[in-house]
Design a protein around this ligand. Structure first.
Ligand code: AGP
Length: 614
């Protein structure tokens, strides 16, 4: 996600802001910018690419060294990563400069209201809309603080906003909803930032902003209110982390931090996907509804963890749309002389958008005149650029090599695609689609509860730290979860781990079962179908042969009590959505076991975050 810095005080604001942005680089970004209010003007510089590009621009055209300032590192959501879309954005009259982290769900409607006022956008971003709204408010006589409060009440979505106004040369104003923002309280100076890493070298006294709050900082004051202007309770605290811990928000690994970011990543990926009538709107799909109605085959292409997301997608897409859906390893696809044509929809899933195997596979598919839709977490990367359409996941940068929030948000994007196809092709009624969307919208809360209760999994990692081999079983959508659980353990703990379809065990792998062997089993929700009972009998088979069974089952499933040596309870969700919750304990287990083995969890041996070679 984006990095934000604001400063007011006696130091050269441009230097403080730029230094703060450099300390937020670890968050990942694709452009950067800074705005300084001095001598009644806004001076601004912003460049695509790394901060070095911005440094170069500032060397050629320095900004004033007095005044106050705001800065931003952008992880693109709406609009490609280029100079124009980089933040800060200015109001039409150039009086207000604004930076933003998050997603403004209703920006299209607000943009049309501004157009009616004769204001046209210069960028493709949702952020620019807010800059113009603030500009209109202060031009009408509001102070920047009142303008921010009024505008926030009109916004839907998740946002951290930080703004400055040439007519308020001593004031920086910020607002927060569902996106992090902290105040750094100094001596005769104050700071704003996405996280404390940006100002830790200046002060360790901080104030965490709460939900729907506005803060006005001057060099000698900090005023916090609610969006409707009432004084707000704040929580000052002393930061005792070192810089490295601050970058990981206090976690020991980026991976562990990203596991715990999953509720917000899922929430952000679902934002803005339905219109006022509740219909799905995937605004990045540039394949017409008529073409989607002609699709007679879907081939999902990906690698590694993303391939497992594709396996889950198959179950959901086929169930909801009745379109045949194949799932193919990218590295195998183009060598098997696949049957692909203009009515084939190729869906490619990639967190990085740069995986060479996947890129080469979609190029082959396009040569066969297939339409290609990319599910990707990295705006503007090669794979979405070479696709006919894209659904961006909004997980924010994933620093840990082992994918976690990238995987969960890929699942969400796959569900959204399946539901969208069902909506376009009429294979599901609107109310059926709404019911599934409403269940998806409850997943972030379910994940928060699940993540609050992971001590049994951490204890298990301690108990199994010396195990040479672990197996994972699942059936239906639990099978890809088993494969992903095994991959996490392989790539982090460097031990033998294997995932199997539970029904496949008796066809050979059951010979592996011996006394004490740990076997994780993902049990589907209880229901009329035989799925649940079949898996319970699979567990009995392996217990009879001495396996130590770790059973993941939904909270009120007591049929598994007798067959589980260890029980990990999952929130109740419907069958197709269960991977969203069943995967999380397996991520935690692998992360903790690797930590106990003393491995570098964020940079496991032999692995790269993006495999850009075939
Ligand atoms: C997952 O933990 C691994 N890092 C790896 O399998 C990864 O999923 C695979 O390389 C695909 O990467 P992509 O999603 O960026 O294309």
């Amino acid at each position: 996600m984006c990095g934000i810095v604001g400063y007011v005080g006696p130091r050269a604001a441009v230097d403080v802001v730029m230094d703060g942005l450099r300390r937020l680089e670890y968050r990942g970004y694709d452009s950067a910018g800074v705005a300084i209010v001095a001598q009644g003007q806004v001076a601004l510089a912003k460049k695509a690419g790394k901060i070095a590009n911005l440094d170069k621009a500032l060397a050629e055209q320095p900004l004033p060294t007095d005044g106050l300032g705001i800065g931003h590192t952008r992880w693109a959501t709406h609009g490609a990563p280029n100079d124009v879309n980089a933040h800060p954005h200015l109001s039409a009259d150039g009086r207000v400069a604004l930076v933003h982290n998050g997603i403004i769900e209703n920006f299209v409607q607000l943009r049309s209201e501004l157009a009616a006022d004769g204001i046209t956008m210069t960028s493709e971003t949702d952020t620019e809309v807010v800059a113009h709204l603030l500009g209109q408010a202060v031009a009408a006589g509001s102070g920047l603080g009142d303008a921010m409060r009024a505008v926030c009440l009109r916004l839907a979505g998740a946002f951290t906003l930080v703004a400055v106004d040439t007519d308020a040369p001593d004031l920086v104003v910020a607002a927060r909803r569902n996106s992090p923002l902290v105040v750094g309280v100094g001596e005769g100076e104050n700071f704003l930032a996405s996280d404390v890493a940006a100002f830790l070298q200046h002060t360790r006294e901080a104030i965490e902003l709460g939900q729907d709050q506005v803060v006005e900082i001057r060099s000698d004051s900090v005023l916090v209110t609610t969006f409707d202007g009432k004084p707000a309770q704040v929580r000052p605290y002393h930061v005792d982390w070192d810089l490295s811990a601050a970058e990981k928000d206090g976690y020991d690994w980026f991976m562990r931090k990203e596991i715990y970011e999953q509720p917000k990543a899922v929430f952000d990926t679902l934002l803005g996907r339905r219109d006022s009538r509740g219909a799905l709107i995937l605004d990045e799909i540039r394949i017409s509804e008529a073409e989607l109605r002609l699709v007679d085959k879907i081939i999902v292409i990906a690698c590694g963890t993303s391939f497992y997301a594709g396996l889950v997608a198959k179950y959901a897409i086929e169930h909801w749309t009745r379109i045949p859906c194949e799932v193919e390893l990218a590295s195998e696809f183009r060598y098997r002389d696949p049957i692909v044509g203009p009515t084939t929809l190729v869906v490619t899933i990639s967190q990085s958008g740069e995986t060479a195997d996947t890129l080469m596979a979609i190029r082959h598919a396009r040569e066969q005149r297939a339409k290609v839709l990319a599910i990707c977490n990295t705006n503007g990367s090669t794979i979405p650029r070479e696709s006919d359409a894209v659904i961006y996941t909004h997980a924010g940068p994933e620093v840990g090599v082992a994918s976690t929030k990238g995987f969960l948000t890929q699942l969400v994007a796959c569900y959204l695609l399946g539901l969208y196809l069902a909506q376009v092709r009429g294979s599901k009624f609107g109310d059926e689609i709404t019911a599934i969307m409403e269940e998806l919208e409850h997943i972030p809360a379910a994940l928060e509860l699940l993540l609050d209760d992971m001590q049994p999994v951490l204890d298990l990692a301690a108990e199994f730290a010396a195990e040479p081999s672990v197996l994972f079983l699942g059936r239906h959508v639990g099978y890809p979860v088993a494969l992903e659980g095994a991959l996490k353990l392989k790539e982090l703990a460097y031990i033998h781990a294997e995932g199997f379809a539970a029904g496949e065990l008796k066809h050979g792998p059951i010979a592996l079962i011996e006394n004490g062997l740990p076997v994780f089993v993902v049990v589907p929700p209880q229901g009329r179908d035989m799925l649940h009972d079949k898996v319970v009998s699979n567990i009995q088979e392996i217990r009879a042969r001495g396996a130590r069974t770790v059973v993941l089952a939904e909270e009120d499933d007591h049929e598994v009590d007798a067959v589980a040596d260890v029980l990990i309870r999952l929130p109740k969700v419907s069958t197709l959505l269960q991977p969203l919750v069943a995967t999380v304990p397996l991520q935690i287990f692998a992360c903790e076991l690797a930590t106990r083995k003393g491995h570098d969890v964020d940079q496991p041996r032999n692995l790269a975050k993006s495999v850009t070679v075939e």
